[in-house]
Design a protein around this ligand. Sequence first.
Ligand code: ZN
Length: 261
Amino acid sequence: MVVMVEGLVTNAVNYGETDKMLTLITRQYGKLNVYSRGGRRISSKFMSGSLKFTYGDYVINKTDKLNILQEASPKMSFFGLHKDLSSSALADYICEVLTDVTMPEEPDTEALDLCLNCLYVLSENKHEPDAVKAVFEWKMIERLGVYPDLSGCRKCGRADKEWYYLDIMNGELTCRDCGSPEDRITDPEENGTARITVLMSGAEVYAANRIMNSEKSKTFSLPKDKGVRKRLSEVSEKYLLNHLERSYKTLDFYKEISKLQ
Ligand SMILES: [Zn+2]
């Protein structure tokens, strides 16, 4: 069956001397592995459409065994990503998470749009990478349906406290005044429990809530305080990775690069 799809190349692995195997996240069929015959050749009509981070229209011969690329018309290539190592490392991580959460035949256009929006902002250098990472992760937490209740302390209900403990697996906040010793556990190994807790300031809770509930156009209205933005990214990372139950080498690489800059 020949199909027309719109999608983003989230990974492109060399195959043989001249070919590539693409991972394409599409609006129509979710995740597709697509064979790009000759996609490595500069003279190939598939070359530009077979590059990682390219978004475009694709015509694919979809069979039970193999999906074969027949036409590629790139619309966006996010060239800016290749100018900065930190941005391209973060884009790799963003694409890997999107690839992980998108299933074959189950398109998630909102997750795809979130990823495209983040790649655009990174490519155009509109916000610092850590802020883009925080927005991507908090929004992805919301997309996955595992978002925490950040409306206030689960015990006293107050939303105006200075400090809270966030229980990562249960997605609940407890203010520092109501917190029992259990709420303060931050190292599950040491305490022999699966509870994972992080401390968040009231400003961080407010900002995270705002990102998750924001309209698309206001997603990047972030706190001015750089420290708050950095902490937001640390908490979202811990939350997302614990719920996805995995780690990412691409993320480790991004963090290594960030330390050097
Ligand atoms: Zn409380």
